[in-house]
Structure formats: structure tokens, C-alpha cells
Design a protein around this ligand. Structure first.
Ligand code: BDR
Ligand code: CA
Length: 311
């Protein structure tokens, strides 16, 4: 397999961190464009720079939108990821520089410089991508693939509005813009994430066997793991890492279905829900390739390597 070429939009975030470690272990990363989401933009940008330091990488970091496109978000996810998004463990100020170029413009420039080469991996609310699309609607033509972590395809959400998943629920208008603009994309939703959580004991063994990346990840993941335990969520849930695995190696997908998708933008109870036309009744284009199952052992091997654990 030739080394995948990735451009990552992200709001780090504990599971974003594992995805970014995975990307640097298995692929070349053209840049990290940063959104607000899990926590505020100041923290997500800082966390991205911390990861670049940890990896001793030269990956450029671009700051994006500090708010959703239209409406104020109801909630962030600090109660899962910690107030600083990385478990509140007192990390030092990073040294990696922040690029002066805004994220949406960087997405446009990098895809113009390398038309058809980059896989865009969206691990955050889709605000930066939507803004880039409004500036240049031809963006999808220059991207090799788009992989999105977002949505809850049968309504098992993870936010205060029951059927909404966090990334789509944080900025539903942005998700609508992106889902309407890309003729095809892979969607790794919250529900497939739950079906592919890592076994806790196995994950702890990787953390012990790994290198400085494992040590770092073990420390920042404490708050999120404790939250999941307290809320009876099984295993180590790694939503963004699963999407990253699909971006790096699409052959790990063992079951998927292409379906039409829409985002509920109003809805007294359902704003931010992803509505799937499972039966194809409306005849709308089936733009979303819904990832339903992946090869768990290959996903695990990719995560293990990202943590520097040889097993
Ligand atoms: C998504 O929301 C965030 O909390 C995670 O980082 C992931 O991108 C899961 O719903
Ligand atoms: Ca994320």
C-alpha cells in the first residue's frame, strides 16, 4: 500500500489525539485544520500543537472558526474530555508554531497545490469545511476522498438532544452544507464507533507496552475513560480513531451501505439528527457510504502501532 496522504480537520479532544497519532504512524499528514468543538478553539489549537511537539513532526496547524456557522452551540464536550480537552493534566505550553493562515483558506490552498491527492478526514464539527465550501464550491473535485466522523444513523446520539451526535449536533448547518456538497463520502457514525470500542484490559496492555505516545495518551485519556465508565459505556471508545483507520485503509471496512442522508436543522427535539433514507424512498442521491462494520483486529493493530506498542 502506498502511504496515504491526509489532510485532517479536528478539535482535539482525546479521541482526536489517538486519531492524529495513528495518522502520523501510518500516513503523511499535510496539515491539521482546527475547529472548535470538544472545547473552545484556544484549547483545541493548543492541543494540536502539543501533539505536533509530541510527535516531533513538522505538520502545520491552522486555526479555524471559533463558533458554529449560524447558531450558538448548546454544549461542548468538556465534561468528557476535560476543561482543556486533554484531561486537565497540566500540560506545558507547546512550542510548535501556529500558522497565520486561516483553516478554511489552508484547506483550499493545500487541495489546489495537490489536486486529487489528499484524503480529507473530518473529526470535528464541520464548520471549517463548510466555510471552505462556501468560498470555493469546487473543493470536492480536488479531494481524493472525504471521511467524516459524525452522525448517529439510527438515532442513538450522544448529546443533550437525544438523536444528535456531537460533531453534527454542534454545527448542524455546517454538516448540511458539507453533506450536500460532496457527491460521495464515508461516514463513520457514533453507533459504529460503539460497536468497535477496544477491550479495556487489552488497551491498557498497549499503553504499558508502548512508547512516549502511549504514556501521553494514557495520561490525557483518564477523564474521558472515567466519564464513559460512569455512564455505562463499554470499552475504550475511539470514534475519531475509527474514522482515521477507515481513511488510512478503506479495505478494513467489512460492511457498508450507501444511502441518502440529511441533517435536521430545526426540530423541537431533533435538531442535529442525521436522517437516513434507509429504504431509498425519496430517490435522492446516496451520497453517504455508511460504515457499518470494520475488521476489529486490523483496527486494533493500527491503534497499537500508533501508541508504539509492538505487542
Ligand atoms: C465525536 O465528538 C467528539 O466528542 C469526539 O472527538 C468525536 O469527534 C463523537 O461524537
Ligand atoms: Ca473530534
Amino acid at each position: 500500500m502506498t502511504r496515504p496522504q491526509l489532510l485532517i480537520d479536528t478539535d482535539p479532544g482525546v479521541d482526536d489525539a489517538l486519531a492524529i497519532l495513528m495518522a502520523h504512524a501510518h500516513a503523511d499528514v499535510a496539515g491539521l485544520s482546527i475547529a472548535a468543538g470538544n472545547v473552545g478553539l484556544g484549547h483545541t489549537v493548543r492541543n494540536a500543537r502539543t501533539l505536533v511537539d509530541l510527535l516531533d513532526a513538522a505538520t502545520p496547524v491552522f486555526a479555524g472558526c471559533a463558533t458554529p456557522l449560524v447558531r450558538t452551540a448548546d454544549e461542548d464536550a468538556a465534561f468528557v474530555h476535560g476543561h482543556d480537552g486533554f484531561g486537565d493534566i497540566g500540560l506545558p505550553e507547546p512550542v510548535a508554531e501556529l500558522s497565520a493562515e486561516p483553516a478554511a483558506l489552508a484547506l483550499l490552498r493545500l487541495t489546489r497545490e495537490r489536486p486529487g491527492e489528499l484524503t480529507l478526514v473530518a473529526l470535528a464539527p464541520l464548520t471549517n469545511l463548510a466555510l471552505a465550501l462556501r468560498i470555493d464550491p469546487a473543493l470536492p473535485e480536488r479531494v481524493a476522498r472525504l471521511v467524516v466522523m459524525g452522525g448517529a444513523v439510527s438515532g442513538l446520539g450522544n448529546t443533550g438532544r437525544v438523536p444528535a451526535e456531537f460533531n453534527v449536533g454542534f454545527d448542524p448547518e455546517a454538516a448540511h452544507v458539507v453533506f450536500e456538497a460532496f457527491p460521495q463520502f464515508d461516514l463513520v457514525d457514533w453507533e459504529v464507533t460503539l460497536r468497535h470500542a477496544f477491550d479495556e484490559a487489552q488497551f491498557d496492555r498497549w499503553l504499558q507496552a508502548g512508547d512516549r505516545r502511549a504514556d501521553f495518551y494514557g495520561r490525557i485519556a483518564g477523564t474521558a475513560r472515567a466519564f464513559n465508565h460512569a455512564h455505562a459505556r463499554r470499552g475504550v471508545i475511539a470514534a475519531d480513531a475509527l474514522a482515521m483507520a477507515v481513511a488510512i485503509d478503506p479495505s478494513i471496512v467489512t460492511r457498508s451501505q450507501a444511502r441518502a442522508i440529511a441533517v435536521e436543522l430545526d426540530g423541537r427535539l431533533t435538531r442535529g439528527a442525521t436522517v437516513i433514507d434507509w429504504a431509498g424512498r425519496l430517490g435522492h442521491p446516496a451520497r453517504a457510504n455508511l460504515v457499518l462494520e470494520v475488521d476489529q483486529s486490523r483496527f486494533a493493530a493500527m491503534a497499537r502501532r500508533a501508541l508504539g506498542a509492538t505487542d
